[in-house]
Structure formats: structure tokens, C-alpha cells
Design a protein around this ligand. Structure first.
Ligand code: CA
Length: 373
């Protein structure tokens, strides 16, 4: 009888339920039962704010995958509540909200913070820079993560890779770009260092959150925009208002980010930190695979379902002008800021080594296989 009572008490403890977010909605939740072992340990209820609209595909999937994995791997002890921009109303306020502790975690893109902390712009993607495999190699094995932590630590933040889109398309234009003069005064939504390159060649870059892009282009607030690529662009309908779809030069490997409040992170025991680290890393890589899948699938549909889209590449002279502007701006940043120089030198050295391998492996393979057709 005594044994049965004890078992009953344990079961009662075990049947304490915790709320775990599994759906993509702001408030969707399921009841998950924790095991007896977990019920005796401390639980961690974290709040995450992200830049994207509610139920935003791919980017939102990465966040929810991470939260679900963290919950399951911790036996229900990690519970992450996810607020979209529809809830917190500050899509470009994630840095500040996580820094202050208003939220424990965030999901966004590092280059959105270049106006606050200029060196954050190096950890998303760089024009004419590394591809996703090269950049992941740099981030995880070539010193990239250490440099990212050096940039974010003074702001009470830690950043981790948050999912890669792969190579992005150069954007949607209402008019063809034939010469560099066609970019003069062109109002374009384009964030990060690419925006600075465009400003240098005479365009007027701006950053606008995802949820406002279509309206901005339709109403003429902007003349052109870049967003991601076929994985996300077609479902946003940009082709209805801008028929020219240019190939990319500016974002060869856009990596999103998970942000964590540094003090909060330091308060977690080692097992909780490791579960979160593994969940974030796995979700980030999974988003890269999902992006490749969605891009390939949607690209295949362009000819049949979207026959009016005109796919173009920028003329060589335009690209040369942008590359020249890029190199000038990089040199200026390097001269002005020792930490910027450290990051720029690290990326340049890594790109040089990694690209030599990409060329003899992937590029040679493509050429070999294409020549057989
Ligand atoms: Ca983009």
C-alpha cells in the first residue's frame, strides 16, 4: 500500500503538464506531459521574439523546429513561447528586446543591426563573398563564431546561425538595368552591405520588413526590391508588379540568426545550453536544406506557371562598378575599425582557401557533368 501511494504521488507529479509551442501560430500550443525524472528538475520557460509575420514559411519553420527539438530533447523542461512580429509589433526591434531581457531569445538577421553596431553586418552574408558551404565552414571551423561572439558580447547578446537561404536572387525590378546610370536614384529595398554598395553607385537603398514589401513596391514607395529567391518570392506575388527578376551577386549565403540574452544564457546549466545549441544548429541546417528544396521546386514552376517573369543578369559593366564600390567600402571599413579589419581579413583569407577547393571540387564537377550532356 505504501509503495502504491508513493507511485501514485510520483505519477501525480509526472502528470504536471507544460505548454509547448508546436504550431506556427502565435498562440498555438499543445499540452506535453513531462516524465517523472524531468518533473523533479527545474524547467526553463523562455520567450522568443522574431522578425517575421505569423506562420511565415521556412524562416518560421526553423524557429518552431528549434523549439520543438529543445522541448523533446530536454524531456519537456525547455518551453519556448514564440511571438511573431504580429504580436510584438517590432520586426526590427529584436536586437534591443533580447539585449534588454524583454525577450530571452530572438530570430532575425544580423545585418539588420548595422545601424546600431556596424560590425554585425558581416555575419549574414557579404556581396561577392562566400557561398553557404564555405560560410558554414568559416563560421563553425574557421573562427567565424568566435568573431561573432566578440561583436555581440558587449551588447549582452550571443548569436548563433539561424538558417541559411542559400544563394539569393538579385531582386525584382520594374525596368531593365542596362547601364550603371539605370541605378541612379533607384529606390530599392536591399539591406546589409549590399545596400551600401548600391548607395555608392548612386541608388537609394532602404530596408523594409518582409510584411510591408509588397505594398511598398505596389505603391511606388520603392522602385525595386530584393527579398530571397524562388523559395519565398513567388508566393509573395512580386512578379505581379515587377516583371524583371535578376540573378544574384549580393547575398550568396544569407544566414539568419538566433539571438540569446547573454546573462540568461549564462544562467543555464551545461545540459540546457547544449540542448539549445544542438537544437539551433540542427534547425539552421534544416532550414538550408528546406530552402534548397523550395527554391528548386518553385524555380521549376516559373516557366509553366509564371511565363511573364523575365529572368535577367546584370550586365558585366554594372557588376564591375558594384564590385569596385564594394572593394572601396571594405577598404574604408577596414581602415576605420580594428575589429572590422579583423573580421574582413578573416573572411578574405578563408574565402581564398575555401574557394580554391570549391573550384576544384564543385565547379570542376559541374563542368565535367555539363560537358557530357
Ligand atoms: Ca535578401
Amino acid at each position: 500500500m505504501k509503495a502504491i501511494l508513493k507511485q501514485g504521488a510520483t505519477l501525480a507529479t509526472a502528470l504536471l503538464t507544460v505548454t509547448t509551442l508546436t504550431g506556427c501560430g502565435e498562440n498555438s500550443s499543445t499540452q506535453q506531459t513531462v516524465s517523472p525524472a524531468a518533473a523533479e528538475k527545474e524547467s526553463y520557460n523562455l520567450r522568443l521574439a522574431h522578425t517575421w509575420p505569423t506562420k511565415f514559411p521556412i524562416f518560421g519553420d526553423a524557429i518552431h523546429n528549434m523549439a520543438t527539438m529543445a522541448s523533446k530533447m530536454s524531456d519537456g523542461r525547455i518551453n519556448i513561447t514564440i511571438d511573431s512580429k504580429n504580436k510584438h509589433k517590432a520586426p526590427l526591434g529584436i536586437f534591443d528586446m533580447v539585449k534588454s531581457g524583454q525577450y530571452d531569445m530572438g530570430h532575425s538577421a544580423s545585418y539588420y543591426w548595422k545601424g546600431k553596431v556596424s560590425n554585425t553586418l558581416f555575419f549574414t552574408t557579404m556581396p561577392f563573398g562566400m557561398t553557404a558551404p564555405e560560410q558554414y565552414a568559416w563560421r563553425y571551423y574557421g573562427g567565424g563564431q568566435e568573431l561573432a561572439e566578440k561583436v555581440y558580447a558587449p551588447h549582452n547578446l550571443i548569436t548563433f546561425p539561424g538558417g541559411n537561404t542559400g544563394n539569393q536572387m538579385g531582386g525584382w525590378f520594374q525596368k531593365e538595368i542596362n547601364t550603371i546610370e539605370d541605378l541612379q536614384g533607384l529606390k530599392m529595398r536591399i539591406p546589409g552591405f549590399a545596400g551600401e554598395v548600391l548607395a555608392k553607385v548612386g541608388a537609394k537603398p532602404t530596408n523594409i520588413p518582409a510584411g510591408e514589401l509588397y505594398t511598398a513596391l505596389e505603391r511606388g514607395t520603392i522602385d525595386a526590391l530584393e527579398w530571397v529567391g524562388p523559395s519565398l518570392d513567388l508566393r509573395m506575388g512580386f512578379h505581379k508588379i515587377a516583371p524583371y527578376y535578376y540573378t544574384g551577386w549580393h547575398e550568396p549565403a544569407t544566414e539568419l540568426q538566433f539571438l540569446i540574452n547573454k546573462e540568461k544564457w549564462a544562467s543555464f546549466p551545461a545540459d540546457i545550453q547544449e540542448i539549445l545549441r544542438v537544437a539551433m544548429r540542427t534547425a539552421a541546417y534544416d532550414m538550408y536544406a528546406q530552402s534548397q528544396h523550395e527554391s528548386a521546386k518553385n524555380w521549376a514552376s516559373i516557366k509553366t506557371e509564371y511565363p511573364n517573369i523575365q529572368v535577367k543578369s546584370f550586365p558585366t559593366a554594372v557588376l564591375q562598378a558594384m564590385k569596385s564600390a564594394n572593394d572601396t567600402l571594405i577598404a574604408e571599413r577596414s581602415a576605420a575599425d580594428p575589429l572590422a579589419k579583423e573580421i574582413i581579413d578573416s573572411q578574405a583569407a578563408y574565402l581564398s582557401t575555401a574557394r580554391a577547393w570549391t573550384k576544384i571540387s564543385d565547379q570542376s564537377y559541374f563542368q565535367t557533368v555539363e560537358a557530357l550532356k
